[in-house]
Design a protein around this ligand. Structure first.
Ligand code: NAD
Ligand code: DAU
Length: 357
């Protein structure tokens, strides 16, 4: 790894990943390739923007010429592919963009990498890698008592988002099988932590609770996710990049499976403790059960035996501490939050998703 192209590096996980590898890999140059959609935010990388080993490139993964010239100009030998449309609710209200970005965008990147690395034989094959960041949602939904998903579990995606990610995983695998493109894939569970866009459950709840607004819980709130701190996810990706077997996939998960309602209640209790509001105490009173997400997956659970056994990875954060740190982070970054929430696109999305619930 010398010149790494990180797609979607201005998003939640990508920005945390870039911060981490700039700090830990002193020989690397990191190119953040991002289209800056509604979810992209360069403020999330303000602290490393001036680092001579970091460069931002505004580019779209669906544009073959732009992608090819970024690879060539910067002699990219490693691609870490985060860029995607990532919000399940948006995929339900507008699936087309998910197919375009997640399927066609991944295809475009793969094909550019094949041309630059394999057809033109720019580098020895052992020194290039396409790492694809994917999700546990490709496996569908678990019933109570069913065992956790392993890397061998058949795909059964339920939402347009999950289906588009499953399609992209299959494309990556096919480029490995057919053309010999060196790849790895990670399928990870729900992330939380600093810089998460305030459309996802945890930041929505923190910010609404802080302001005494209703806390929207879909359905009965008994859906279960496998929560992982974003820094633990980024460490796992780094390990797979440096020590993972080419052509392999690895499941990543947090070993934390509380129901959504319990996550919401925990956030309420944390805020009652660290930012008490006489007007809204207890904040649990703000919880409102609202119309469920169509096709809502009930339970996710990742079996992480492979990555812990082969690579020695384990999450470092407990959920209780991680949530506390995350609440503190949102409280201490009001400008970051305000710059997103004042945008018309964001207000429009929140209206579209919540007004009719
Ligand atoms: P995000 O929505 O916060 O960020 C996505 C980033 O991709 C943004 O910076 C956006 O500008 C960029 N982008 C979107 N379309 C693009 C395009 N056409 N060209 C270039 N850049 C584009 O997403 P996230 O939550 O950080 O997720 C990152 C990746 O991790 C995604 O592939 C997602 O499927 C996967 N993932 C996310 C989670 C999670 O809990 N958030 C869990 C597992 C896997
Ligand atoms: O599992 C990994 C996936 O986790 C990633 O692939 C996705 O990119 C990421 O967005 C996330 O998907 P979820 O749909 O699980 O995340 P979200 O934060 O949107 O919702 C978490 C749970 O909370 C889910 O069961 C729906 C519920 N929910 C969500 C919102 C936004 C609510 O009850 N109320 C809400 O307002």
């Amino acid at each position: 790894m010398k010149n790494v192209l990180v797609t979607g590096g201005a998003g939640f996980i990508g920005s945390n990943f870039i911060r981490q590898i700039i700090k830990n890999e002193k020989e690397l140059r990191v190119y953040n390739y991002d289209a800056l959609t509604y979810a992209g935010n360069l403020d999330s990388l303000a602290d490393i923007a001036g680092d001579p080993r970091y460069q931002f490139i505004q580019g779209n993964i669906c544009d073959p010429e732009q992608v090819a010239s970024a690879l060539r100009e910067h002699q990219i030998d490693t691609i870490v592919h985060f860029a995607a449309e990532s919000h399940v609710d948006r995929s339900i209200l507008g699936p087309r963009q998910f197919i375009e970005t997640n399927v066609m965008g991944t295809f475009t990147l793969l094909d550019a990498a094949r041309q630059y690395w394999l057809t033109e034989q720019t580098f020895p094959k052992e020194s290039v890698r396409f790492h694809h960041v994917s999700t546990d949602e490709v496996f569908g939904s678990l019933k109570p008592g069913e065992p956790a998903w392993t890397e061998e579990t058949p795909y059964a995606p339920n939402s347009p988002y999950a289906a588009s990610k499953a399609a992209s995983d299959h494309l990556v695998r096919s480029y490995g099988h057919t053309y010999g493109l060196p790849f790895t894939i990670t399928n990870c569970s729900n992330n939380y932590g600093p810089f998460q866009f305030p459309e996802k459950l945890i930041p929505v709840i923190i910010l609404n609770a802080l302001e005494g607004k209703p806390l929207p819980v879909y359905g009965d709130g008994q859906q279960v996710r496998d929560w992982l701190h974003v820094e633990d996810h980024c460490e796992a990706i780094h390990l797979v990049l440096t020590k993972g077997a080419t052509g392999s996939t690895y499941n990543i998960g947090g070993e934390n499976q509380p129901a959504n309602l319990s996550i919401v209640e925990t956030i309420c209790d944390i805020l009652d403790e660290i930012a008490p509001s006489p007007e809204h105490r207890p904040r649990r009173d703000l919880i409102q059960f609202v119309k469920d997400r169509p096709g809502h997956d009930r339970r996710y659970d990742m079996d992480t035996t492979k990555i812990s056994g082969e690579l020695g990875w384990r999450p470092r954060h407990t959920l209780q501490q991680g949530l506390l740190d995350t609440v503190h982070w949102y409280l201490s970054h009001p400008e970051w939050v305000a710059s997103i929430r004042q945008k018309q696109e964001y207000k429009g999305w929140m209206d579209a998703n919540y007004k009719s619930r």
